[in-house]
Design a protein around this ligand. Structure first.
Ligand code: CMC
Length: 429
């Protein structure tokens, strides 16, 4: 079987054999298709990257039709059951599961980079009490760039390693400080004796007690949620991280950009919107009416439903639903779960959703658990950003080391005016 694609240009009658590699053709190979020598050549037009691979990657595999998600080949169900988040972060970044020695060293290095500069506290104090936690996170990540000018050495493997420890280590601290700032509570310093999620809970909720007692069920549930959010291949924020990083900007500002992309309600901001939607619906019996409004276009979208890649149940949503039951044994049942389950039941039977293959995504159930664990709704997207740090950094590093990559710079199809002469002010209509 020839591994090329024949394209016939009916404008000229010419045929072109375009090589096929890994089931793809290179868009640059289209450039030779021209009607004349001074023709720029053919381009592909693909708004929103619906069918364009922007990179080759070995990190995360998704089969959206079958509902499969794997990190470096390992099924999400297995890593969620057997690993800790930091073990998964190591896997995502390094490509292999760590040995015991490698894991110990990794955890040690991240744990010893959890502190943030005292001036960052002052910087965060400048935010209004009602500042959105994602706004605080995005700005503080960018501000960190000013504290670590060495992070500009992006070609230096040792420097990249250090920035990776810093970013994974510090992001829970920034998130917790943002939370405490909103409540006007004093900041709690990291406790190096606790696990990654245990320390995060301590920085959030510790009051006057000398040592915060972490509930092991909640600690593990949060760890599982973090594992599920570690990476998700070329989504909007990963693409932003790669795109900013491709200009050789440092990883702190690149990650501020990625976090900003995550903030949007169609991406990571959806978990916050799901909770607002469930509260607005109010009770199970109002679900059919709400679905009707969504279908007619009056009620906005059913948040937490649908995905660009998954045309089947998001495997992460399944694990989150199971985790919810364990959390509720400790916290008590979140009554919003009943509304969510009813929404899911009705939507999965409704022709509108079935035809469009709209299933619950990762954000549909996560907010319900976060709320039961005491997190304010506005903080939910921050809980997505913390674990996604490892994915963003893995995508960033892979991009930097890929000889195929250059500064990201798409083309456009220009449909504006052709050349025209300047019009003086008095002659303008
Ligand atoms: N509720 C109602 N209709 C929907 C929904 C929804 N949640 N999602 C898609 N549709 C409809 C959409 O109106 C369109 O219908 P039609 O063909 O009649 O115009 C069709 O389904 C295809 O939608 P699309 O907007 O072309 O699909 P997309 O791949 O561009 O969008 C999405 C994917 C995730 C942005 C979208 O499904 C959505 O807005 N979902 C709600 C927000 C959400 O839950 N986001 C979290 C995504 S998962 C976590 C993450 O990646 O951050």
């Amino acid at each position: 079987m020839p591994d090329n694609l024949t394209i016939k240009d009916n404008r000229t009658g010419k045929e072109y054999a375009i090589p096929i590699t890994n089931d793809t053709i290179r868009a640059m190979d289209l450039r030779q298709i021209k009607v004349s020598d001074d023709d720029f050549g053919m381009m592909s037009y693909d708004p929103a990257f619906m069918n364009t691979a922007s990179c080759q990657s070995k990190i995360t595999f998704i089969d959206g039709d079958k509902g499969i998600l794997r990190y470096r080949g390992y099924p999400i169900e297995q890593v969620a059951e057997k690993c800790t988040y930091l073990e998964v972060a190591y896997l995502v970044l390094h490509g292999e599961l760590p040995t015991k020695t490698q894991l110990d060293e990794w955890v040690h290095n991240i744990t010893y980079h959890t502190m943030i500069h005292e001036n960052i506290k002052k910087f965060m104090d400048g935010f209004n009490h009602d500042a959105h936690p994602m706004g605080m996170l995005v700005s503080t990540l960018a501000a960190l760039s000013t504290y670590y000018p060495d992070s500009k050495n992006i070609q230096d493997a040792e420097s990249r390693k250090l920035q990776i420890y810093r970013l994974i280590g510090k992001i829970p601290t920034i998130a917790a400080y943002a939370y405490r700032h909103t409540l006007g509570l004093p900041y709690v310093y990291p406790d190096n004796e606790l696990s990654y999620t245990g320390n995060f809970l301590s920085m959030l909720y510790k009051m006057a007690e000398p040592k915060y007692k972490v509930n092991p069920v909640l600690e593990r549930a949060l760890d599982v949620l973090f594992i599920l959010h570690a990476d998700h291949e070329q989504n909007c924020s990963a693409n932003t991280m790669r795109s900013i990083g491709s200009s050789q900007a440092d990883p702190f500002v690149s990650m501020a950009g990625a976090a900003a992309a995550l903030y949007g309600p169609l991406h990571g901001g959806a978990n916050e919107q799901v909770l607002r939607m469930l509260r607005e619906i109010g009770s199970k019996d109002k679900v059919p009416e709400f679905i009707k409004k969504v279908k007619s276009g009056e009620g906005g979208r059913l948040m937490g439903f649908g995905h660009r890649i998954y045309k089947n149940y998001d495997p992460r949503a399944k694990i989150i639903k199971d985790t919810a039951e364990k959390v509720f044994e400790v916290t008590g049942r979140n009554p919003l779960l009943d509304i969510a389950v009813e929404l899911e039941r009705i939507a999965l039977e409704d022709e509108y959703f079935v035809k469009r293959k709209l299933y619950p995504n990762v954000d549909f159930y996560s907010g319900i658990i976060y709320e039961a664990m005491g997190f304010p709704t506005a903080a939910f997207t921050v809980l997505f950003a913390i674990p996604r740090t490892s994915g963003w950094l893995a995508q960033w590093q892979e991009m930097l080391l890929d000889p195929d990559q250059k500064i990201a710079r798409p083309r456009q199809v220009f449909l504006g005016y052709d050349k025209r002469d300047f019009v003086a002010m008095e002659k303008r209509k």
